[in-house]
Ligand binder design. Structure first.
Ligand code: 5GP
Length: 125
């Protein structure tokens, strides 16, 4: 079910539990600002999710309320992870779903990193 992005942050969401290490993930990166791990249901040969450490529902929430240090740390982490995945030369796609029309399912901001093959058109028409 897509989530309503205007909701308060729910600290029982699945990515909050992954951040607290209450449930496992296939981690690829962690620093002060971000955690990155393989998507449980990959939609490309390479499909990693990057999430900020802070409690932000969506890109809208993050971009309006996170500190400059959190934003810089997270954006740099996403770029670093894609680089470490070896995706810069071939290219890759970043995607963040925000709210109902996008079908965001998990109410903790996440950026999808897709790569490993030609990814086709941007959106299903
Ligand atoms: P959204 O539709 O919210 O942008 O994407 C949510 C993503 O989270 C989906 O691609 C889904 O496969 C992934 N996901 C959902 N639950 C889990 C989980 O428990 N572990 C991992 N690694 N990924 C998950």
């Amino acid at each position: 079910m897509p989530i309503d992005p205007t909701l308060e942050y729910d600290d029982q969401n699945i990515f909050a539990k992954i951040l607290r290490k209450e449930i496992p993930c296939r981690q690829v990166f962690e620093d002060e600002w971000a955690l990155a791990f393989h998507d449980i249901n990959p939609q490309a040969p390479e499909h990693v999710l990057a999430i900020p450490k802070g409690a932000y529902v969506s890109w809208d929430d993050f971009s309006t309320t996170a500190t400059d240090a959190e934003i810089a740390g997270f954006v740099r982490a996403v770029g670093y992870v894609a680089r470490e995945m070896g995706l810069v030369e071939t290219g890759y796609r970043l995607l963040a779903n925000i709210g109902i029309d996008s079908h965001q399912e998990v109410p903790h901001l996440h950026v999808h990193i897709f790569g490993g093959k030609p990814l086709g058109p941007m959106l299903v028409r």
